[in-house]
Design a protein around this ligand. Structure first.
Ligand SMILES: CC(C)(COP(=O)(O)OP(=O)(O)OC[C@H]1O[C@@H](n2cnc3c(N)ncnc32)[C@H](O)[C@@H]1OP(=O)(O)O)[C@@H](O)C(=O)NCCC(=O)NCCS
Length: 153
């Protein structure tokens, strides 16, 4: 019996041509989504922008900056139908490797106080809570605190 080749998802750099699909996911998973311009600017500013792709379709993405010895993870998303299958963690580990390769000493991120699922993932990987930014995020009928987290590399 011949072995069947099963296509595996890959992590690759985000291209401007990915943005139609990225924006659909962004609007699906966030109440206050980034705009196409935010992603376009991130690509043209040479931020570290990566997608999860399978069969020509994007199902997740993230954006990170690295400056001096600090990396900042600006956004991370996996589309609803692919969540809880380990892909968010794989993409996060990819960004952590990139930060190490670029000699960052820490990775920082902000997460909404109410986003318990994401915070649990970050803590499982070793991020710790270092501060709270009061009223940092827009929210329905007001604003919401951000928890600042750091992973020491
Ligand atoms: C956060 C996110 C990127 C995680 O990606 P994912 O592929 O679902 O995560 P993984 O499958 O790799 O890891 C799952 C772990 O994440 C945490 N987690 C993620 N979503 C969760 C949820 N809805 N409820 C509870 N835990 C959740 C848990 O720790 C879980 O591990 P466990 O099942 O062993 O408890 C994804 O859920 C997402 O895109 N959410 C919406 C956008 C968002 O909140 N992004 C983060 C902004 S800071």
């Amino acid at each position: 019996m011949s072995a069947q080749l099963k296509e595996m998802p890959e992590i690759r750099q985000m291209l401007v041509t990915d943005l139609d699909e990225v924006i659909v996911i962004e609007k699906e998973v966030f109440l206050f989504p980034w705009t196409r311009g935010n992603f376009g600017d991130s690509i043209s500013s040479r931020y570290h922008c990566y997608v999860l792709e399978l069969g020509g379709h994007i199902f997740g993405y993230g954006v990170m900056t690295i400056g001096l010895d600090e990396a900042h993870l600006l956004t991370l998303s996996v589309t609803a139908g692919w969540q809880q299958e380990g892909w968010g963690e794989k993409l996060l580990q990819h960004f952590i490797c990139l930060a190490k390769e670029n000699h960052a000493r820490s990775v920082f991120l902000e997460v909404r106080k109410s986003n318990l699922g994401a915070a649990r993932l970050y803590e499982r990987i070793g991020f710790t809570r270092i501060a709270t930014r009061s009223g940092y995020y827009p929210a329905m009928g007001g604003c919401e605190d951000a928890i600042v987290m750091e992973l020491t590399l």
